[in-house]
Design a protein around this ligand. Structure first.
Ligand SMILES: Cc1ncc(COP(=O)(O)O)c(C=O)c1O
Length: 394
């Protein structure tokens, strides 16, 4: 059996995997077991913001592995405390809870908002507002927050009382708010749902509504945070603050970890025994996180993301002008969606065959989440491959 056949044999069929088996990565490139090179414009779903084998990151993780890998949350480690301080400084929020994934971050954020509601009202009957086409994870709590019935239908009854509003339509939110609403959860840029960007008026309107009704505004920046959109957190471009923030993916740049972070008002609802995680924020994770923050700052990566994303957008807009089958180019920074007037599955597959990794976000959208370290020559190569893939489907 080749590796693809072995994977079908040994792994649960939960993913529609491509027939590619990777061996290693270097910079913005991946290499499969047959030594074929791929230009990576996907970063393992927006995780590998530093690309592959980033020297300072690898050296730091190697050193940490020798010192201490895991110790549990009964004790402190310097790495975890320093990582939390980095997050506090960057997010301008007050308290951090470390998780191991994005779904755990959204679940934890939900529990925190519900606990605040419980302390205030003395009853556990809260509701939450989420959005159609949102994505917040696959655990039974987070999949209910995810506004896509396809991900939910086989797994009921689901546990959370969640109502779905329409993105960028404040009236649709207002009509759902009631005395039991504990939280509104939203991605400033919807990723899986097709790369839809919240308008400034909308997010500021949500902030206002949450203030008026004492509701937690939860921003899910699992995909769009940690510099991907050109600021360390996307909400800084909207001049608002969340009450609770969900982080993951780029926070560890390859080491599996996440966090939910809150202002003092909501964080103070959390008491010993309310929540926990064996691994959450262990010294390896803490070290990954503090190292990523350090590298982003020292290498001026946010400025690079801002500059290179302008070049990507310029080139994609030129491509759109050449091919009317491209309906819209959306996104912020290095979180980009290209909507076509037809299914894009074949375009994505053809790109892969030609050595470029992009993926879909819904049937008609090609999604790109390249590493922050891409250069103009990588963008030119991406455009060249994508264009030849488009020509094949015309
Ligand atoms: C916005 C958002 N929230 C939550 C998640 C879930 O993260 P994970 O797959 O790490 O559980 C994702 C994953 O793509 C995401 O994009």
């Amino acid at each position: 059996m080749n590796y693809y056949e072995q994977s079908l044999d040994a792994l649960m069929h939960a993913y529609g995997r491509f027939d590619v088996t990777f061996d290693h990565g270097e910079g913005v490139h991946l290499y499969d077991v047959n030594h074929k090179e791929y230009l990576d414009f996907f970063s393992g779903i927006g995780v590998n913001s530093l690309g592959y084998n980033y020297p300072e990151y690898v050296a730091s993780m190697e050193k940490q592995m020798h010192r201490l890998m895991h110790i549990s949350n009964y004790f402190n480690t310097v790495e975890t405390i320093e990582a939390a301080n980095c997050i506090k400084k960057a997010t301008k929020l007050d308290k951090v809870f470390f998780t191991n994934s994005g779904a755990e971050s959204t679940e934890g954020a939900l529990k925190l908002a519900r606990k605040y509601y419980y302390l205030k009202h003395g009853k556990a009957d809260s509701e939450v507002i989420s959005f159609h086409h949102s994505f917040h994870g696959r655990t039974t709590g987070s999949v209910k927050l995810t506004g896509n019935p396809n991900y939910q239908k086989a797994f009921g009854p689901l546990i959370e009382e969640v109502q779905y509003a329409t993105l960028n339509d404040l009236d649709s939110v207002k009509s759902l708010i009631n005395d039991k609403t504990a939280a509104i959860i939203v991605e400033p840029v919807q990723g899986e749902g097709g790369v839809h960007v919240c308008t400034k008026d909308f997010l500021q309107g949500l902030r206002q509504l949450c203030n008026e009704h004492d509701i937690a505004l939860i921003l899910d920046e699992v995909q769009c945070g940690m510099g991907r959109t050109g600021t360390i957190m996307t909400y800084f471009q909207y001049d608002i603050m969340p009450d609770i923030l969900c982080m993951a993916k780029g926070i560890g740049a390859g080491f599996p970890m996440g966090a939910f972070v809150a202002n003092e008002k909501f964080a103070s609802a959390m008491q010993p025994g309310d929540h926990g995680s064996t691994y959450g924020g262990n010294p390896m994770a803490g070290n990954a996180c503090r190292t990523v923050f350090q590298i982003i700052e020292e290498k001026n990566l946010l400025s690079h993301v801002q500059e290179i994303s302008e070049y990507v957008i310029e080139k994609l807009d030129e491509l759109k002008d050449r091919y009317p089958c491209i309906k819209e180019r959306r996104g912020l920074g290095l979180m980009i969606g290209l909507e076509f007037d037809r299914p894009v599955k074949d375009i994505v597959k053809s790109c892969l065959d030609k050595g470029l990794i992009v993926v879909t976000a819904g049937p008609h959208v090609v999604r790109m989440l390249p590493p922050f370290i891409i250069e103009e020559k990588d963008v030119d190569q991406m455009i060249h491959i994508l264009e030849s893939a488009i020509q094949e489907i015309l």
